[in-house]
Design a protein around this ligand. Structure first.
Ligand code: GCB
Length: 599
């Protein structure tokens, strides 16, 4: 009887829905961390046996005949599930491109990592995941730490209590089953790469530590640095010093009982971050027991009528949309090399801007954009037919948005937070997206908001009338004249109008071509066909008076479940200007010629 009660207790505690909170530790690369990347043990679990209580986890209402390896069912594994004997898998990395048999797999996969730790009594410990697609459930030494939903944003759990001196076992269930109520939903035009797709780190911080900070130029003020710092722990009221040595700036702030303090610094000597001069300054924050260094660029971003102003000056955003698809090897990209290759191609095309579509990319990418001088449109996967009327769907979207902003709010490159892509007009959609836009402004008043909208098409005219246009700072617009609609030659004759006195970015335009396939310009799938569409697009784009930027769809060919045509597509969306093997198509140079001369 006692045993049953104990098992029931364990069952209840194991099944608590503990979702990771947004309270993310800022600047992981700048922390004392132990990377848990490398080879992990793995087991594919098609029917979900793991959640019936295997892997040493008691979660099952119905007792099943377990044969345990050890004597304590909570901490041991079933003999038949022995992870020591399991197949190995690399972290970070999607499972689809690591094992041929998992290429089309969608479902559960268990990951396990054994690692040794020597926790210190005056420190705190966190486990931090860069991203797991789509849902993750995490256990340490048999204890459930919690769950996270959303495949492209970071999450963490404090493990100060659970971390053992000696060997530890970290168990993760990753599940990438697509769902109508998910963000994104069941259908998206990119591959649903599953697994632990970004780095996993064990982070050590002092008992009271600098958990977060936001340091940027005040809205529209070129010499005023404004922000805040946050401490977490027992000693929340302290002095924190903020320094930017190169500018000779130093401020000592006092945190309040909640651990918060405002930062205000002023200097007329700031070299402003821009694509031409991506200047970053060392910023150092020190509290009693903690200190952290970051590299932060300072720039302002505003709109004035139909202009976008970078550091007070009008700018035209010349760019490309990028999926987080690895150049040369395909699969989810995560490395510095991947980011550098993609952003270098964008620069070679004459870009000063990239749209990181359609979800938050890894932190290496946004830090690389800071370093290389590329302005960034950053987005959450509120894509196509989202269930806008469901409160839990909104909560999920908002959580992903907040995690994205929380991680990247100190990146000068990011100027636009996008809340959606191509969503059909409806009342629930307007309420949902308006709320997301308002939330964005509350947490980050320094940047601009946007969404990729669709224009209304009539005989010779495209007009932007979407009611959401009223609530964004910059209107994105996707348009495929020459590919999905109207003959390419009609593009230059199209008149563009807008209901709103706001800047517009052509957030997508493009056509498919197989790299290396040549022929006449009316032969579909040839580079010439794609190029003809681009020549006409450029003529049209040059004449839209309120156009302030373009992101071609897309920089590189990318995997998609919607692109079935054998030989031509083979599961690749071929709208890239560069193939996944690095071949530049003719249209790359047509666009480059335009960008190189475009002011
Ligand atoms: C779009 C979507 C993008 C697709 C693209 C296409 O409008 O926003 O995700 O990949 O069209 O190729 O059809």
């Amino acid at each position: 009887m006692k045993k049953v009660f104990l098992l029931l207790l364990i069952f209840i505690s194991q099944n608590r829905e503990i979702f990771a909170q947004v309270n993310l530790i800022q600047n992981i690369p700048g922390r004392q961390t132990m990377l848990l990347d490398g080879t992990w043990d793995s087991q594919v679990d098609i029917v979900g046996v793991g959640s019936l209580g295997r892997f040493g986890l008691i979660q099952d209402r119905k007792p099943i005949p377990f044969i345990y390896k050890g004597d304590n069912p909570r901490n041991t594994e079933l003999v038949e599930q022995d992870m020591d004997m399991s197949e190995k898998i690399k972290v970070p990395g999607d499972w689809n491109t690591q094992k041929e048999k998992l290429f089309l797999y969608e479902g559960n996969l268990w990951y396990r990592k054994k690692f040794t730790a020597t926790p210190k009594s005056d420190k705190r410990y966190f486990i931090y995941f860069g991203a797991v697609n789509y849902e993750a459930t995490v256990y340490l030494n048999g204890v459930k730490l919690g769950q996270h939903k959303g495949g492209f944003t970071p999450f963490q759990f404090e493990i100060t209590k659970e971390l053992k001196d000696g060997e530890n076992k970290l168990l993760v269930n990753a599940n990438n089953t697509r769902g109508e109520d998910n963000i994104p939903t069941k259908i998206s035009d990119w591959w649903n790469y599953g697994g632990i797709t970004r780095s996993v780190s064990l982070i050590e911080v002092p008992e009271t530590y600098i958990s977060d900070y936001f340091i940027q130029l005040d809205k529209g003020k070129l010499s005023e640095i404004k922000g805040w710092v946050k401490l977490d722990g027992q000693q929340k009221s302290q002095s924190v010093t903020v320094e930017i040595p190169e500018l000779g700036l130093k401020q000592i702030v006092k945190t309040d009982t909640a651990g918060n303090a405002e930062i205000n610094l002023s200097s007329k000597k700031i070299q402003h971050w821009s694509p031409e001069n991506p200047k970053r300054y060392d910023v150092i924050l020190s509290s009693n027991n903690d200190n952290i260094k970051d590299k932060i660029g300072f720039r302002t971003i505003e709109t004035r009528g139909t202009e976008i102003l970078l550091n007070g000056n009008p700018i035209f955003l010349k760019g490309a949309a990028i999926h987080e698809e690895a150049p040369y090897r395909t699969g989810r990209c995560y490395s510095e090399g991947d980011a550098r290759t993609l952003l270098t191609w964008a620069k070679e095309m004459g870009s000063n801007y990239v749209r990181l579509a359609h979800y938050p990319h890894n932190e290496t990418m946004t830090r690389m954009a800071d370093e290389m001088g590329l302005l960034v449109w950053s987005e959450v996967p509120v894509y196509w037919n989202v269930k806008f009327d469901k409160p839990e769907v909104y909560a999920n979207a908002e959580n992903q948005l907040l995690e994205n902003i929380s991680r990247d709010k100190n990146r000068a490159s990011i100027i636009l937070w996008s809340v959606a892509n191509e969503t059909n007009e409806s009342e629930p959609r307007l309420i949902f997206l308006k709320k997301l836009l308002e939330k964005t402004k509350t947490v980050d008043p320094t940047r601009l908001t946007t969404a990729a909208l669709l224009a209304k098409e009539s005989k010779n005219e495209f007009s932007l009338e979407d009611p959401l246009g009223e609530f964004v700072d910059v209107m994105g617009c996707n348009e495929y004249i020459g590919w999905y609609t109207l003959p390419a030659e009609l593009a230059p004759t199209m008149k563009w109008t807008s209901k709103y006195n706001k800047p517009m970015i052509m957030s997508e335009f493009g056509a498919e071509a197989v790299a290396g396939l040549h022929g006449k310009s009316d032969e579909i799938w040839t580079e010439e066909y794609q190029n003809r569409i681009f020549e006409n697009q450029v003529k049209m784009l040059s004449n839209i008076s309120f156009l302030r930027g373009t992101s071609v769809w897309a920089l590189m060919d990318f995997r998609s479940p919607l692109r079935l045509l054998p030989i031509k597509q083979d599961f690749f969306n071929r709208k890239g200007l560069v193939s996944e093997t690095g071949i530049k198509k003719m249209a790359f140079y047509t666009l480059k010629n335009w960008y190189d001369t475009k002011k």
